[in-house]
Design a protein. Structure first.
Length: 548
């Protein structure tokens, strides 16, 4: 199986950050389109303003009367200029020679007042003749490209003023915006220069004399200003992206390294906690970090603690079973040996009775060892019914008073307690029924376990207090030693016992409270234990679910 470390996974996850520069690039492109539209509107407004100044002024667009041959020569010369291309300087020289064609040079004066440093304005006659030209497409204040723009010119594409601004044929004779304006409709167009190093935006507006179009005004600008802003924005976006990626990579690397070290340390502690024989040699150090790894560390510690207690119980189980089995086996063996040597029927009956007692004790030990597993299987198939918990508790307590009055002998079952001496019981019940959904016999079995535990630890001469509230809380209290803090979390687990010895010699395998917990959960509740105020005793409370 190919190993894929956590740091590599986080590095792949970091690629999601690529969406940020992509979104920034889309934003820059959208802003570029917005600025281009604004530039077109501005140029259209300028062309409209110039055309407005020339409306209804036919003399400004008229030429001096000439002979037919002069007009023909002039048309041929204009055609050669349009097809061959002329520079702005040549166009201005030609315009200066023909300035007397317009009265008083008023068109030049109007254009001179409107021209800007980065725009070019034409006035075109109806016959596609350039009557006036002002301004220039090249800017003198274009900022120099930065080092990064020059280095990554293929990406940032900084603008340049070194482009061919020759007035080409398609700009006048075949220009869509000029043709549309001479047809009476304002129009705009975007085109590249001859050398393709710049983009020109032009707007044309018709000049009206009466109901006829006598010419058009064309205003042009390059998109270098927008391109410069775009390059600057992309440069800042690239720098910010690289910085963000660097910081994110460093943070993710540090975070992944920290997580990897914590997980590796936790894995090492978990592996070293259990030896080759399956014994818990040492516990992991529970982390106090408030995250999932901290929760996992604390879970490992809890699991190992439970496993250590369970292993300790299993290791002590052999000695406990040996201790519990030694006496009945010895009784049976000695009884059988004496039975062989018996001479009278009375001796035979005595030895047989002792052997039967030993076998009965062996059966009790085996029954208690399998009691929990049988109960777990039986609870899943047990039938539920609605019953009055108060009536069940009252009947059980009456039986306890008879079994623990100091005179009951030879009783069987969970209430055979005569040998333990006299015990008094105090009972407190509500004045109304307490409906519970479950099984009455199981509830009685749970109360038997709790009472048996309370009797085992109660101080002689003290009463066992049993109470049931209207909220279906069954509580058993006894005066005696408090619960050790070491077993508070595992008190209701299977095979957990803290008895130092048995008052009646009965075997105890640590299953009573575990069985009581299973029955409480079967009735929709839970079992809790707490020390009484002042450490004078212990209280067990089964918080059952009251039926509707």
């Amino acid at each position: 199986m190919t190993r894929f470390p956590l740091r590599a996974k986080l590095a792949l996850t970091a690629l999601v950050l690529l969406v940020l520069p992509w979104a920034g690039w889309l934003y820059v492109r959208e802003m570029e389109r917005f600025l281009l539209a604004a530039q077109e509107e501005a140029l259209a407004a300028t062309a409209r303003a110039v055309a407005t100044a020339l409306h209804e002024r036919p003399k400004l667009l008229a030429y001096r009367a000439r002979g037919e041959s002069d007009l023909r020569d002039e048309a041929e010369r204009e055609l050669r200029r349009l097809t061959g291309g002329v520079t702005e300087e040549e166009m201005r020289s030609e315009r200066a020679r023909e300035r007397d064609s317009a009265p008083d040079g008023e068109i030049d004066a109007i254009l001179k007042g409107l021209e800007r440093g980065s725009s070019r304005i034409w006035v075109v006659s109806r016959g596609y003749r350039v009557l006036a030209l002002a301004g220039s497409l090249k800017r003198a204040d274009l900022p120099e490209p930065s080092i990064l723009q020059r280095t990554l010119g293929w990406l940032l594409a900084p603008p340049t003023e070194e482009f061919d601004d020759t007035i080409a044929e398609d700009a006048v004779a075949a220009g869509r915006e000029v043709a549309a304006a001479l047809q009476g409709a304002a129009s705009t167009r975007t085109r590249a220069t001859r050398d393709g190093r710049a983009v020109i935006v032009s707007a044309a507006h018709p000049i009206w004399v009466g109901d006829e179009v006598q010419g058009a005004v064309v205003v042009e600008e390059t998109t270098n200003r927008i391109a410069s802003l775009r390059s600057q924005a992309l440069e800042r976006l690239l720098v910010a992206t690289l910085a963000a990626f660097g910081l994110a990579a460093a943070a993710l690397l540090w975070f992944a390294t920290r997580i990897s070290n914590r997980i590796r340390r936790l894995a090492g502690e978990a592996e070293a906690a259990i030896d080759a024989r399956g014994r818990v040699t040492r516990l992991t150090t529970a982390s106090d970090a408030a995250d999932e790894i901290g929760d996992l560390s604390r879970s490992f510690t809890t699991v190992l603690e439970r496993l250590a207690r369970y292993n300790a119980y299993l290791e002590a189980l052999a000695g406990r079973l040996s201790h519990e089995l030694r006496t009945p086996v010895a009784v049976v063996r000695s009884s059988l040996e004496n039975l062989h040597a018996a001479r009278t029927p009375e001796e035979t009956r005595t030895y047989l009775a002792r052997a039967e007692d030993g076998l009965a004790r062996l059966g009790t030990i085996l029954a208690r060892m399998t009691e929990a597993s049988r109960l777990e299987q039986g609870l899943s198939a047990a039938a539920r019914e609605r019953f009055d918990a108060a009536a069940v508790v009252r009947g059980c307590v009456e039986g306890y008073r008879l079994a623990y009055d100091g005179r009951a002998q030879g009783a069987s079952g969970g209430r055979a307690q005569g040998a333990r001496g006299a015990r008094s019981f105090e009972l407190a019940l509500p004045g109304e029924p307490v409906p519970v959904q479950g099984a009455p016999d199981l509830l009685a079995q749970m109360l038997d376990k709790l009472v048996e535990n309370a009797v085992d630890f109660a101080v002689d001469g003290t009463a066992i207090r049993i109470s049931l509230s209207a909220e279906a809380r069954l509580r058993v209290e006894n005066q005696g030693p408090p619960l050790p803090e070491a077993i508070r979390d595992s008190l209701f687990d299977s095979m957990v016992s803290q008895r130092g010895g048995q008052k009646d010699g009965a075997p105890h395998l640590g299953l009573g409270l575990y069985i009581a917990r299973l029955i409480a959960e079967f009735h929709g509740g839970r079992l809790v234990a707490e020390n009484l105020p002042g450490g004078t005793g212990v209280a067990f409370e089964a918080r059952l679910a009251r039926a509707a």
